[in-house]
Design a protein around this ligand. Structure first.
Ligand SMILES: *[C@@H]1O[C@H](CO)[C@@H](O)[C@H](O)[C@H]1NC(C)=O
Ligand SMILES: *[C@@H]1O[C@H](CO)[C@@H](O)[C@H](O)[C@H]1NC(C)=O
Length: 457
């Protein structure tokens, strides 16, 4: 250990003296690498977290934006994020110059059914003996579900999927829309344990995350004909609204904001990626006391990022169980007038001044209501069924689409208290058990989702 530290000390000056390559990072909060650029480029501040070597020279700083005043208990934290810059010269701006299509981005596209989840469902159906249940399970193969990129190692698959989506669009005459979840923040899932990710802030997490985003951008670039809808980082911003009392969330705040900012700015340069920031759900940010702080955070992050024009709105209820419109309030929602996703969306929308108030709502596991002991129970809730089918014909102008974001059958978290990433929610009495690790296949749970589907499959 000591000798490797000495070796590191010996290496450091070489990095300090190096000049960053064109388009490489050259500064920002937490940056320790080269701060000058190779000849022909200059280091320009894109935001407080990221300076980049761009061709061209002059940079004018025009202001600093405050992102989010978050009240947690009696403590108020104000975070300043991002310095807005205007760049002159020949450099390419990070926010892109293409104009999004007017209206609902789902309109006019066929939503692509992703092959990875299809392979899981095919294998699962093969293991079901009851013919009625098996046939119902196979129906899931026709329903588009989001693909989660929760590890950088999965990113190369994106290009493979997009090539298939592109080919399908060309042969059918209707272009394809690919649905993905961007989900690899360092110190991910800061308020829980089950979905902790591969990157840590302490170990170069921010740079690793920027690289993850860069790889996603590189995979999408060859396929401008495929429209991409991206849900950005489930739970991350919601955790910054309500969970700054959790030490790991407080410690992650600056990095989360930097990473989400980088993600939406870089995706915005592509011109075919419509982003929806994750906005928790009615039982989280939908509580009256959380609405305004949530709206402030979304709005100020968006403005600080330069109001990227392809940020389309917010995604709600991702991987949760709430109804879009509940027939009657579930007793566990008592005290919250916003007891379903529509009420939450209607309460939040007017507070989003300067942020696009469009929504997509996950209904993948919302088919059965009144199955939880408490609203905060999220792990493999027993008795859940697949819900309303994805559609862009939602009946509400604020809601672009009902979607299935969580791939039903992929586990939320392990119930084994000795296992890594164990979270107690996964062994509550309303959690289906025994359950394997988050993201792995949970056959028994899938079968229940199929048999309890509402409407039936
Ligand atoms: C399918 O069934 C076989 C035999 O019962 C079992 O070994 C395997 O784990 C099952 N696969 C899944 C995905 O449940
Ligand atoms: C629970 O996890 C521990 C630690 O990974 C493992 O040794 C044990 O076999 C697991 N128990 C079950 C029932 O899977």
């Amino acid at each position: 250990m000591f000798s490797s530290l000495l070796a590191l000390v010996a290496i450091v000056p070489a990095f300090v003296n190096a000049q960053a390559a064109i388009y490489a990072q050259c500064g920002g909060i937490g940056w320790t690498g080269a701060t000058t650029c190779v000849s022909g480029a200059s280091c320009q501040v894109l935001n407080s977290y990221y300076s980049q070597c761009l061709p061209g020279t002059a940079t004018t700083t025009v202001g600093t934006t405050t992102v989010g005043t978050t009240t947690v208990g009696t403590t108020t934290t104000t975070t300043t994020v991002g310095t807005t810059t205007k760049t002159t010269g020949t450099s390419s701006a990070p926010t892109g110059s293409q104009t999004p299509a007017a209206g609902n981005p789902f309109t006019g596209f066929n939503v692509f059914v992703p092959p990875f989840y299809a392979s899981e469902v095919t294998a699962a159906a093969a293991n079901i003996t009851d013919p009625t249940t098996k046939a119902a399970a196979l129906e899931v193969l026709n329903i588009p579900t989001f693909t989660w990129f929760d590890q950088v190692a999965k990113v190369p698959d994106l290009g493979t999927y997009l090539a298939a989506a592109s080919a399908q669009g060309k042969s059918s005459g209707t272009p394809s829309l690919f649905q993905m979840v961007v989900y690899d923040l360092p110190d991910r899932d800061c308020a829980a344990a089950a979905s902790n990710g591969e990157f840590t802030i302490a170990d170069n997490g921010q740079a690793n995350y920027f690289n993850y985003i860069d790889q996603i951008v590189a995979q999408i670039t060859p396929f401008p004909d495929v429209r991409v809808v991206a849900v950005i980082e489930p739970d991350s911003l919601a955790n910054l609204v309500t969970n700054l009392n959790v030490a790991e969330c407080a410690a992650a705040q600056t990095t989360y904001l930097a990473c989400v900012t980088y993600a939406i700015q870089q995706l915005n340069t592509l011109g075919n990626v419509y982003s929806y920031l994750d906005a928790g759900h009615a039982g989280w940010l939908g509580w009256p006391a959380n609405l305004q702080p949530a709206a402030n955070l979304f709005t100020s992050l968006y403005k600080s990022a330069g109001s990227p024009s392809f940020v389309r709105g917010l995604a709600t209820n991702v991987a949760n169980y709430n109804a879009l419109v509940a027939a009657s309030p579930d007793p566990i929602t008592a005290g919250n007038p916003n007891y379903d996703e529509l009420l939450y969306i209607e309460a939040l929308s007017p507070l989003l001044t300067g942020f696009p108030a469009h929504f997509i709502v996950d209904q993948g596991r919302s088919g059965v209501q009144n199955i939880r002991n408490a609203w905060g129970d999220w792990c493999n809730v027993k008795g859940a069924g697949f819900g309303t089918r994805p559609t862009s014909n939602t009946g509400y102008t604020a809601i672009d689409a009902i979607v299935w974001v969580k791939p039903g059958g992929e586990c939320d978290g392990t119930s084994n208290s000795s296992a890594p990433r164990y979270d107690y929610h996964c062994s509550l009495s309303d959690a289906d058990q025994p359950s394997p690790q988050a993201g792995t296949w949970f056959q028994e749970y899938f079968t229940t989702l199929v048999t309890a589907a509402n409407p039936p499959l």
